[in-house]
Write a protein that binds this ligand. Structure first.
Ligand code: C2O
Ligand code: CU
Length: 472
């Protein structure tokens, strides 16, 4: 529920959020956590085939008000896909939206022709069938539309789903992995909706008294509801995706206790980290586990992006254990992350800029393939990029194709969970980050990867550039 409502316990838990030794103040659940279906696949001749249809429907984004929405195989959001490292995947995706779309596999290391960027747009009535080998290790990815100029509109209407990549490592085997039982997807969104149910995607019209900013968890409005989940295992793993068009979501416990973070966007940390908050910019993911003794309430703190007039704290989920098992200790090492020595890396500067309502990368508005800035590189190039935010706005920088390491955040060396692998990271107004990456495996002379702001309206307004990786 919305923390500011002040119902007994809700406001209180907020005020005592920093006192980790206080008795836990779990909020009583008044709803049930919706778990997106797991998409069934068929496997033959070593190829795993998935079928998705993007279509329109209706749902209650505001309670009691019907909105026109869209989803994959349903009317809002999409089923979760499980991919396994080493498998060959074939996707058959049919467009029944009445408009062009693409499906981008956010965070996947796949060829640009299969990546679902703007060059992969397909029309209403058509089926797009990309195929690729899963090279990624265990991590949490997601899929969503990425056509030029319509990404914000299509995502906020509900076109988004989670992808779980599994691998056969000992660490993966030691972690909870039973989907919907002890491995739980959490898709957080803050939308802008007017009182008639019309979901907004352009800033024009937000500042109206009839527009409200509902927070959704797996498609369920939690403005005045705390969802409930009964954990039948003591240890539960949560995969959190911020699929909001703009806002930052910070996940924390209402009792101020810690979350055991195990992964960032692009897989496991070197070791589990006890953290009190997990801050996710638009497009980012993280994974954590909880060893539950008592009920725990998870809160989402929604921080003002440009989309809404204020911030709020929502007690979105109360997890109640009904388990008596004693989990083994977590593996002491989850991953080996060799820090890049960037001394011989090629340096570039990527400037995030603005001219009026037009958003720019390196001075160009990426509103068409011909107008966007293009970064050209070659296979196996090692690069260090300074992402410089010359605007006063917050941006969420996302790079397709390969994961990056953070080398600097606003002039400081990263620490803690910022030493993990990322594909999406915050760049504050006037700030900068330095990131390093290697462009392995894939080249193409025609199809390009994208780099862009994941505030979806910024992307549609031009804060997007292309990346072409060629043989030489
Ligand atoms: Cu999630 Cu290029 O996007
Ligand atoms: Cu932006």
């Amino acid at each position: 529920g919305f923390g500011a409502v002040g119902a007994a316990g809700i406001g209180f838990s907020l005020l005592t959020g920093g006192n980790s030794n206080k008795a836990s103040a779990a909020t009583e659940a008044t709803g049930t956590l919706n778990i997106p279906d797991l998409l069934e696949a068929t496997t033959s001749d070593g190829t795993t085939t998935y079928t998705l249809t993007a279509k329109t429907g209706t749902s209650e984004v505001l309670s009691g008000v019907t909105s026109t929405t869209a989803g994959y195989n349903g009317s809002y959001l999409g089923p979760t896909m499980k991919w396994t490292k080493g498998d060959t995947v074939l996707m058959n995706i049919t467009n029944s939206l009445g408009d062009d779309t693409t499906v981008h596999f956010h965070g996947a290391h796949i060829p640009p022709k299969m990546d679902g960027g703007p060059q992969n747009a397909f029309a209403d009535g058509e089926t797009w069938s990309p195929t690729f080998e899963v090279l990624d290790e265990a991590k949490t990815l997601w899929y969503h539309p990425h056509a030029l100029g319509t990404t914000a509109e299509q995502v906020v209407h509900g076109l988004a789903g989670m992808i779980i990549v599994e691998d056969d490592s000992d660490v993966s085997a030691a972690l909870p992995s039973e989907y919907g039982v002890d491995d739980i997807p959490i898709i957080l969104q803050c939308l802008a909706v007017d009182s008639s149910g019309d979901i907004k995607y352009e800033a024009t019209g937000y500042r109206s008294s009839t527009v409200s900013f509902p927070v959704l968890v797996n498609g369920t409005n939690v403005d005045s509801t705390t969802l409930g989940f009964t954990a039948t295992k003591t240890r539960t793993r949560f995969r959190v995706l911020n699929a909001s068009p703009a806002d930052i979501m910070t996940v924390q416990r209402s009792d101020g206790g810690t979350l055991t973070q195990i992964a960032t966007d692009q897989g496991y940390l070197t070791e589990a980290a006890e953290v009190t908050t997990i801050r996710l910019v638009a497009g980012a993911r993280a994974e954590f586990v909880l060893d539950l003794e008592d009920a725990v309430t998870l809160q989402a703190v929604v921080t003002t992006g440009w989309i809404r007039g204020g911030s709020g704290t929502y007690d979105f989920l109360t997890v109640t254990p009904e388990a008596s098992d004693t989990p083994d200790d977590l593996p002491s090492a989850l991953n080996t992350i060799t820090r890049y020595d960037t001394s011989d890396f090629t340096a570039r500067t990527i400037t995030l800029g603005q001219s009026g309502a037009t958003m720019l990368i390196n001075g160009s508005a990426g509103t068409s393939m011909s107008s966007m800035a293009m970064i050209s590189t070659t296979l196996d190039a090692e690069e260090i990029w300074t992402i410089k935010n010359s605007t006063q706005l917050e941006h969420s920088f996302h790079l397709h194709d390969v994961p990056f390491q953070l080398i600097e955040i606003n002039g400081e060396e990263p620490t803690g969970v910022d030493l993990g692998w990322f594909d999406t990271f915050e760049v504050v107004g006037g700030g900068s980050i330095k990131i390093a990456m290697k462009f392995t495996d894939f080249t193409d002379d025609t199809y390009m990867y994208m780099l862009h702001c994941h505030l979806l309206q910024h992307e549609d307004e031009g804060m997007m550039a292309a990346l072409m990786v060629t043989e030489s």
